[in-house]
Design a protein around this ligand. Structure first.
Ligand SMILES: Nc1ncnc2c1ncn2[C@@H]1O[C@H](COP(=O)(O)OP(=O)(O)O)[C@@H](O)[C@H]1O
Ligand SMILES: [Mg+2]
Length: 195
């Protein structure tokens, strides 16, 4: 299966989601994460080879992809309309991560509008949801009221997600009491993608 993460804005948890969805899919079958973002954040995260799957740049991908059953693609921020068209053609599922922040939701609605025109199969993922506020619930309600496809689970805002990249690990392997909670959230997303 080919899962592509995209967003019109940066900082919405695209790379964090790509890494953890790839970690889930790797438990099912060999999975490759393709880092197609110029920032190369996923590649930097993988530099110590402590991730349970391989990360490769877009340029290096053709040599490797046939060995893998699942591909996860972390794309550049601010794709143009034509880029979105290509992503739709090239994926089985397009995931749009967004925080509950109104500006991020607004950018997501713009992406949805473009994707609607392309009749794309996509799903919105709420990330960095702060359990101490109502913002996650409000964002979920407004997206649901618009009948938009949304993952049932939210990704909570947790320190483990911020710290794991420095250690080059996924949250499951980060030594923090709430790391399991963090991993459980992406496991639930993974099950929605591939039970
Ligand atoms: N669930 C989360 N909880 C806390 N911090 C998060 C979470 N998801 C992402 N972050 C942090 O937010 C910032 C942006 O996330 P990132 O995955 O790099 O987004 P993008 O790839 O969309 O730019 C990073 O500093 C990351 O560590
Ligand atoms: Mg990124």
């Amino acid at each position: 299966m080919i899962v592509i993460l995209t967003a019109l804005k940066g900082g919405v948890g695209k790379t964090t989601s790509a890494i953890h969805i790839a970690a889930y899919l790797q438990q099912k079958a060999p999975t490759l994460l393709i880092d197609a973002d110029k920032n190369r954040s996923a590649l930097v995260w993988s530099r110590d080879e402590k991730l349970p799957f391989r990360v490769i740049s877009e340029a290096a991908a053709p040599k490797f992809i046939q060995r893998y059953q699942h591909l996860v693609v972390d794309t550049k921020a601010r794709p143009e309309r034509e880029d979105l068209e290509d992503l739709v053609t090239g994926s089985d599922l397009l995931i749009l991560p967004t925080t509950p922040n109104p500006l991020d939701i607004d950018a997501t609605l713009k992406a949805v509008e473009l994707l609607g025109e392309l009749k794309a199969k996509f799903k919105i993922l709420l990330t960095r949801v702060d359990s101490r506020t109502n913002s996650g619930r409000e964002a979920r309600k407004s997206l649901t009221d618009l009948n938009l496809p949304l993952f049932k689970t939210d990704i909570p805002k947790l320190i483990a997600f911020e710290r794991a990249p420095q250690r080059g690990v996924i949250v499951k392997d980060y030594p923090n009491p709430r790391a399991q909670l963090a991993w459980d959230a992406y496991k639930a997303i993974g099950r929605e993608i591939l039970p």
